[in-house]
Ligand binder design. Structure first.
Ligand code: PAF
Length: 288
């Protein structure tokens, strides 16, 4: 496994990886099995796998967790080496986001919904850094987890809108045995919160199954399903950030008659920790 810690080192190393398709897995480190599955998927695509580790300051709001975001570079490198990664890019923040940089990539209106509404500027920060990584690596393939459904949607839109010659692949969410979606932020949870967190995906799952058994016939019924999920989440002690039923093609909130499949997207706070998750509602055969 080769490691580049600067742009110059990256540019020196990259030509050796041009003999097979290059697959890029952008990460912010604090790696877990979810990232591991992205590396495995990249290897299965048959090319070289490159992983970037960069805690991107542009995607954190002023009162968010940038300072305490977990940074575990040595463990991450050991994890990636074992997983068969070919190239790791571990740059210093100032080199990727110089203090003088002013240019940004702004998402379309879907970037202001859901996570974008609670975290203003978040997705512009994500797209700016992801497009920079795309320019630096020129990968044939880029891999992202479906857990960050809105992020994946907006990156796909950016690639389409800017005609970037990159195949963006989404990879299914990896879950703990109790159903909690793996996330670097799960390590913020104390033991009691961690136990309770498993209720979050369970309630989403129950709502999805109910919807499939008896799809809502009016927007009022959709509203009632949302309200009942929000109440159930609040009863478990979660503070609901948002719950949304979204069109898979536009990511806008659906109206009845609803398209199929749809995304159920949600974010909650458990203590100070914000968790997101999503499920696809609809027959397996139609899933995107
Ligand atoms: O999903 C993440 O870890 C980040 O948002 C990403 C895509 C690496 C951009 O900083």
């Amino acid at each position: 496994m080769r490691i580049a810690r600067s742009l110059t080192e990256l540019r020196t190393l990259l030509p050796a990886f041009r003999t097979r398709p290059l697959c890029l897995v952008p990460t912010m480190g604090a790696l877990h099995e979810g990232h591991g599955s992205l590396v495995d998927r990249g290897r299965a695509e048959g090319g070289f796998v490159a992983v970037s580790i960069f805690v991107n300051p542009l995607q954190f709001g002023p009162s968010e967790d940038l300072a305490r975001y977990p940074r575990t570079p040595e463990q991450d490198l050991a994890f990636l080496a074992k997983r068969g990664t070919d190239l790791v890019f571990l740059p210093r923040a100032e080199e990727i986001v110089p203090p003088t940089a002013t240019t940004t990539v702004t998402p379309g209106p879907a970037g202001n919904l859901y996570c974008g509404a609670s975290r203003p500027g978040h997705f512009a920060g994500v797209l700016t850094i992801v497009s920079k990584l795309f320019h630096l690596f020129s990968p044939e393939i880029a891999l992202f987890g479906e857990k960050d459904r809105q992020q994946l949607f907006l990156i796909r839109a950016m690639v389409r809108d800017l005609a970037l010659p990159i195949r963006v692949l989404g990879h299914p969410t990896v879950r703990e045995p109790d159903g909690l979606a793996m996330s670097s932020r799960n390590r913020y949870l104390d033991a009691e919160e961690r136990k309770r967190a498993a209720k979050f995906p369970k309630l989403l799952e129950e709502t999805a199954r109910k919807w499939e058994t008896s799809p809502p016939k009016t927007d009022k019924e959709v509203g009632a399903i949302r309200a009942s999920l929000e109440e159930a989440l609040a009863r478990e002690g979660f503070r609901v950030d948002y719950v949304a039923f979204a069109d898979t093609e536009t990511l806008l909130e659906i109206t009845v008659p609803s398209p199929c499949p749809i995304f159920l997207l949600a974010a909650i706070f458990l203590g100070k920790t914000r968790l997101i998750d999503n499920l696809t509602i609809g027959p397996e055969s139609l899933r995107v």
